[in-house]
Design a protein around this ligand. Structure first.
Ligand code: SF4
Length: 726
């Protein structure tokens, strides 16, 4: 392993290409970490079509995290008050297999749960689905994508008949109007934003609208910033639609020929006159009219969104209401236009393709569809009825299942629920009650490791070969370029070893990850996410490819949904304006605004919103170990508007006690006009390991969207109290 390896950044869903070279090759220019250890040299891969050689600070410093605090050996303990002892892989895996058998007998398959991650490669995801949903007969597999973009999944499925973002990054440089809602793209998806900002600066006629209660760096770059009140997104979107109708800026040919449900939608938006909407959203009437004018006058509108839309108790409704605007104006299936959900994690998209949520199955299939279950049972060589007909437990329902004693085994891999779940004190209390928790990760310690009975060391992206799909459906082969530390193994290998121990020898007879991928791509055959033309060999030879990418046999054919499979490597979905619904039409969804699940009141008068910072990634399992990033963002804080601060006697750096109905935290204040009066902001990256007593999710609640089951992590009601300096 002496040459530079082309791979993918393992942080966010932008999916930037990296070139990584070993320390020795860098000669005199060898980079060293703070302790003087030589580190792998990383630069952007100019040949990667998604990122074109660009990387942000996270990608640029990734190699500093490769060897820090790695979990190297399996460990076990009988109870949480005991120290861990090192054990062999055989002992650890036998213990897990035995526990699974016991739970099957005493509690049934529903007592077994696995909580995975968008950090998995697609091969890891696929084998986990085969083990849990196929062999063990429980759909209790959920991923942290549930907290991230499951509303986008359900919105796409309900509107188009299938999941799958229909756009590509080239659309950022082809649009007339970029409509960014609930996304701080400049900080959370920086390379996408770089491409958009450069194009926007160079093309004066191109408009950028940003909808966000905070004046983020993204909002600062916009032509129009709509600082709406949290929870009024649907009011705003219906209000824009109302004006487009009033002004005749809609595409009646597209509506008539390509959609259904418009009349119900028209009836709903009738109730959103601009004066009422502007007042409810807390913006000026002329701002609303300008937004509608930009929409109406643009040939090509591209919407971008992420957690600000998805993490909501009406997340699916918000996604569909965004899509409605595209259907109304015919802004889909053409360059520079479409509703584009940005995924948070590096392989959240691959997880969707592999069925990595509790209601879906590999190949964009649905648990509730008997034909889909049957197809997989046959393909996996399992008896009819092996796959349960009901969806499994969501991540949150796994925690409540621990509370009630219904869950007898919880297997957590590559995610850190003791920081990232809503109502995190309740989450921790549930984890304390778990009779048997397996925690599989690359790093130790983490907050969740403290609740484990078995620790399994996982090889991370650099130490195993696999594929990842980014937000624009681009699949990149990520070859192993270094040895895993100690005895760490690829996640898929660990799942397969447990499967074989449980008697599923034929189902898990894989020699390597190429064989796993060869099987996985067969389950995508004929589906919207067809990847049958994307073997390891082809990805290695040609570089990253976008799906649908069927093999030659299917290029001329039709899939089971009667959707024409497009030629290999298309940039956009639905260019023929036919959708994978039974009648081939996209569906309008008519929704009235319901607002926040927990509204401010006299006792809890502020709305807390949470979010991410430029340098940190999620719960800091990697970035908390990189000095440059820690220096950039040393401590958590609370943003508060000067007007509110003055009323409460709060100044910059005053310690503020923040209370919700669930928990109490303390943060130092940053008094800033970037946040609207009545709203406060706290970053979500800090857990007990890095800043005890300043965990944003001690305050949040688990109320969820009824369709996507995604919790409303973005907003809860809080009270503020200045406390004396510490
Ligand atoms: Fe990595 Fe995302 Fe930064 Fe690209 S934008 S380098 S994928 S963290």
């Amino acid at each position: 392993m002496t040459d530079a390896t082309k791979t993918l950044c393992p942080y966010c869903g932008v999916g930037c290409g990296l070139e990584v070279a070993p320390p020795a090759q860098a000669g005199k220019a060898t980079n060293r970490d703070a302790e003087g250890t030589p580190i792998w040299k990383v630069k952007g891969d100019r040949s990667h079509p998604s990122s074109q050689g660009m990387v942000c600070v996270k990608g640029a410093t990734i190699s500093e995290s490769l060897d820090k605090d790695r979990l190297k050996y399996p460990m076990m303990r009988h109870s949480l008050d005991q120290p861990f002892r090192r054990v062999s892989w055989d002992e650890a895996l036998d213990a897990i297999a035995n526990r699974i058998r016991t739970v099957q007998v005493t509690q049934g398959a529903d007592g077994i749960c696995m909580y995975g991650s968008g950090q998995f490669q697609t091969e890891d995801y696929y084998i986990a689905q085969k083990l849990m949903k196929g062999c063990l007969g429980t759909n209790n597999f959920d991923a942290n994508s549930r907290l991230c973009m499951s509303s986008a999944v359900s919105g796409y499925i309900q509107s188009f008949g299938s999941d799958g973002p229909p756009c590509c990054y080239d659309d950022l440089e082809l649009t007339d109007c970029a409509f960014l809602i609930g996304t701080n793209t400049a900080e959370c998806h920086p390379i996408i934003f770089n491409r958009l900002r450069k194009y926007h600066k160079q093309n004066k006629k191109v408009k950028m609208i940003v909808v966000d209660p905070r004046k983020t760096p993204t909002a600062e770059a916009a032509d129009l910033h709509l600082a709406i009140r949290p929870g009024t997104d649907i009011d705003l979107l219906n209000g824009i639609a109302h004006l487009l109708m009033r002004w005749g800026h809609y595409n009646s040919v597209f509506i008539d020929e390509c959609t259904s449900g418009f009349s119900e939608y028209a009836e709903v938006i009738r109730h959103y006159p601009p004066e009422l909407v502007a007042k409810k959203c807390g913006i000026r009437l002329d701002e609303l009219e300008t937004a509608a004018k930009y929409w109406g006058q643009s040939e090509r509108v591209l919407s971008l969104w992420s957690m600000g839309v998805n993490q909501s108790s009406e997340g699916t409704a918000k996604v569909r209401t965004i899509i409605n605007l595209h259907l109304m104006t015919g802004n889909i299936g053409k360059p520079g236009a479409g509703p584009f959900s940005l995924t948070g994690q590096p392989n959240a998209m691959g997880g969707r393709e592999a069925g990595g949520l509790c209601h879906i199955l590999p190949g964009y299939r649905l648990v509730k569809n008997p034909q889909h279950r049957q197809e997989l049972e046959q393909f996996w060589g399992l008896p009819a009825g092996s796959i349960a007909a009901d969806r499994g437990r969501t991540a949150w329902e796994m925690m409540t299942g621990l509370e009630t004693g219904e869950v007898g085994l919880l297997w957590v891999a590559a995610t850190n629920p003791a920081v990232s779940m809503p109502d995190v004190e309740r989450t921790k209390a549930a984890l304390l009650r778990s009779p048997f928790t397996v925690y599989q990760d690359a790093y130790y310690p983490t907050e969740t490791a403290a609740y484990a009975h078995v620790l399994l060391p996982a090889a991370q992206w650099s130490e195993k070969t696999g594929t990842m799909t980014n937000s624009e459906r681009m699949v990149t082969l990520c070859p192993k370029f270094r040895h895993a530390p100690g005895e760490a193994k690829a996640d898929w290998e660990i799942f397969a070893e447990v499967g074989r121990r449980l008697g599923f020898v034929d189902q898990f007879a894989f020699q390597d990850s190429a064989e796993v991928r060869a099987e996985f791509i067969q389950v995508t055959r004929g589906r919207v996410c067809d990847q049958t033309g994307m073997s390891y060999q082809r990805l290695q030879a040609e570089g990253p490819l976008q799906w649908p990418c069927p093999d030659e046999l299917l290029v001329q054919g039709l899939n089971s949904n009667k959707v024409k499979i497009q030629p290999s490597n298309p940039k956009r979905l639905y260019t023929d304006l036919r959708f994978p619904t039974p009648d081939g039409r996209a569906r309008f969804g008519a929704y009235h605004s319901r607002g926040l699940a927990e509204r401010p009141d006299p006792n809890y008068p502020f709305i807390l919103t949470t979010g991410r910072l430029y340098g940190h990634w999620h719960t800091q399992t990697r970035t908390g170990r990189i000095p440059k990033i820690v220096q950039m963002h040393p401590n958590p804080f609370i943003e508060i508007h000067p007007r509110d601060a003055e009323k409460l006697g709060i100044q910059d750096e005053t310690w503020v006690e923040v209370r919700s109905r669930r928990g109490i935290c303390r943060f130092q204040a940053q008094v800033t006009k970037a946040i609207a009066p009545g709203t406060v902001f706290v970053p979500m990256h800090w857990g007990a390991l890095w800043a005890d007593g300043a965990e944003a999710n001690a305050l949040t609640h688990p109320e969820s969207c009824p369709d996507s089951l995604q919790p409303e992590l973005k907003a809860c009601a809080v009270q503020l109290l200045p406390v004396s300096a510490e």
